[in-house]
Design a protein around this ligand. Structure first.
Ligand SMILES: Cc1cc2nc3c(=O)[nH]c(=O)nc-3n(C[C@H](O)[C@H](O)[C@H](O)COP(=O)(O)OP(=O)(O)OC[C@H]3O[C@@H](n4cnc5c(N)ncnc54)[C@H](O)[C@@H]3O)c2cc1C
Length: 530
């Protein structure tokens, strides 16, 4: 078998590349995905997120190494393992971050990645319900919708936030980032719009596009320093394919893992594992960064939270509402409100995100709602400085790599998170919430000092699911860079990486939209070089 382009991983970026590169009927494109087709109904109903991200049939259930930074806990890291990748199981919130995030990438030596240069790709990607303007796209494949419902507790929370200097922002993906509003969502007519649905489904019948599911890439094939194809397994059967170019879209865990298994990575580390070194590249698996959240939970004194609607007849009513109108609880994303704000007034730009949900989970039990009314606020620092790593442990591709996020390793990361926990308390103490506010459950009200709040964050916090950076984009002069601004792997021909692993630094929001943008821009880079 020989293809012009072999794309590994049908996730947020991979589906975009497969659709865009196969627009040229002369280009033969193969898309390999380790997981299955995205047929399960819960993958398409927004609330299904609560089930699918924990389902090993469609979600890799990686584990972090126990670290002091998380109170010695090992955290579960879900990633999509299905067509659409993590865009099929994620929380559906659609955010782009700040213009400054991309200008920083350009300033690090990544020509072509400043905000004004990536904005056309953000616009090309989306069909925004609010229509096109200077910042938004109206004709793209990916639907971006406003939340369909307004909720009493959310409306009150917005007013309380305004009292604390957090302005209402009609479009946080538009001219201004700062402020509070309901999340915009990747949904169309109340159904999830993953990249599989938005990009791949409309082009599956193209004769020059082959999509193989249950197909796991095992090793890249090299002739000298040129990648010429790869070995993969489909339903346990070994196969090989030759390629004009291989594009890795396996995500921040899958892409560095495959590079290392194939002999591209830190020479000493690979030799110790008995892997023949094809190219010594120090940055592979380094520069891991993620958003780390700390949660605050309160009881609510009236029956206006989602908790009491999540069972029995009230859940039945919600199911009917969804079936008839595509509204109600089954149409919600993972959090309802999103606030981007500055933790200190002297800052130029937001450095903190708070999300608000008019519901609460049982402590330590993800996906299990409390049986009394509750509300929660999640805080996380937008641009973490802490850096961790992902490295293989052995030559066995089935063995998950060691993931060491090294959360909260810097003073700024710790301080902003503690500020977030304090600010959440101040907002909830506002008079607007007097009729609703019950006791605080998490962190317990007697926990007040920096050390106590930090201990709470370490012992109960979690990943937001935004692991990025493990094949860092940067010029060849950057010793830790794995790919250049053209996304080609440094020192190797015929091989690019285009997914969340190339982010040099975190963006100030959630990562799905930026990674779809990377897929769009990568397709132009590949076509320009053809
Ligand atoms: C639970 C969860 C909630 C999230 N919520 C949000 C949110 O609300 N908003 C937001 O913007 N972002 C969210 N994110 C983050 C966002 O979805 C991801 O950052 C983004 O989808 C990652 O895109 P990617 O293309 O890098 O990788 P992925 O989309 O993860 O795609 C990688 C694909 O490659 C496949 N693969 C890996 N290795 C191989 C191999 N060896 N062979 C073949 N295939 C392989 C995988 O199975 C997967 O399908 C969330 C993520 C998770 C996990």
């Amino acid at each position: 078998m020989r293809f012009d382009y072999v794309i590994v991983g049908a996730g947020s970026a991979g589906c975009v590349l497969a659709a865009r590169l196969s627009e040229d009927p002369r280009a033969q494109v193969l898309l390999l995905e380790a997981g299955p087709e995205d047929r399960h109904p819960w993958l398409h109903i927004p609330l299904g997120y609560g089930k699918t991200f924990r389902d090993p049939n469609v979600s890799w259930q990686f584990q972090t190494e126990p670290e002091d930074s998380t109170g010695g806990r090992s955290l579960t890291i879900p990633r999509g393992k299905v067509l659409g990748g993590s865009s099929s199981i994620n929380g559906l919130g659609f955010t782009r971050g700040q213009a400054d995030d991309y200008d920083t990438w350009a300033q690090m030596g990544n020509r072509g990645w400043s905000f004004s240069e990536v904005l056309p790709y953000f616009k090309r990607m989306e069909r925004f319900e609010g229509g096109a303007d200077e910042f938004r796209g109206g004709e793209g494949p990916m639907s971006v919708s406003y939340a369909r419902d307004r909720w009493e507790l959310c409306e009150v929370f917005i007013k309380a936030a305004e009292r604390h200097g957090i302005p209402y922002n009609a479009d946080p993906n538009g001219a201004r980032h700062e402020g509070i509003n309901y999340f915009q969502m990747n949904t169309r007519n109340g159904r999830r719009h993953s990249t599989s649905v938005a990009y791949l489904n409309p082009v599956r019948s193209r004769p020059n596009l082959t999509v193989e599911t249950h197909a796991e890439a095992r090793r890249l094939l090299f002739e000298g320093k040129r990648c010429v194809g790869l070995a993969y397994e489909i339903q346990g059967q070994p196969r090989e394919v030759r390629a004009g170019e291989v594009i890795l879209c396996g995500g921040s865990i899958g892409s560095p893992q495959l590079l290392e298994l194939s002999g591209v990575g830190q020479g000493g580390r690979l030799k110790d594992l008995g892997i023949e070194v094809v190219h010594d590249l120090k940055g592979v698996g380094e520069n891991l960064h993620d958003h780390y959240l700390a949660r605050s939970v309160w009881r609510v004194t009236q029956k206006v939270s989602f908790n009491e609607r999540m069972s029995g007849i009230r859940l039945g009513i919600e199911a009917m509402k969804y079936a008839l109108f595509r509204r109600g609880l089954l149409a919600i994303c993972a959090a309802q409100l999103c606030a981007f704000l500055r933790s200190r007034p002297e800052l130029d730009l937001p450095d903190l995100e708070l999300t608000f949900t008019p519901w609460s989970m049982q402590q330590g039990k993800i996906g299990v709602f409390e049986d009394q009314p509750g509300m929660s606020i999640v805080a996380f620092q937008l641009r973490p400085e802490s850096r961790g790593s992902i490295h293989i442990r052995s030559t066995d591709p089935k063995q998950a790599p060691a993931i060491r996020p090294n959360y909260l390793a810097t003073e700024t990361d710790r301080r902003v998170l503690i500020d977030g926990l304090r600010l959440a308390r101040r907002i909830v103490a506002s008079p607007e919430l007097d009729p609703y506010r019950g006791e605080q459950i998490w962190p317990a009200p007697h926990l007040n000092t920096d050390d106590e709040l930090l201990a709470h964050a370490r012992e109960t916090g979690a990943s937001v699911g935004h692991l990025c950076g493990t094949c860092k984009m940067g010029p060849a002069t950057d010793a830790n860079a794995v790919v250049g601004p053209d996304l080609k792997v440094h020192g190797i021909e015929g091989l690019r990486v285009a997914d969340g692993s190339v982010l040099p630094t975190q963006i100030s929001g959630h990562t799905n939209a930026p990674i779809i943008m990377i897929g769009e821009k990568a397709s132009d880079l590949v076509r320009a070089a053809a």
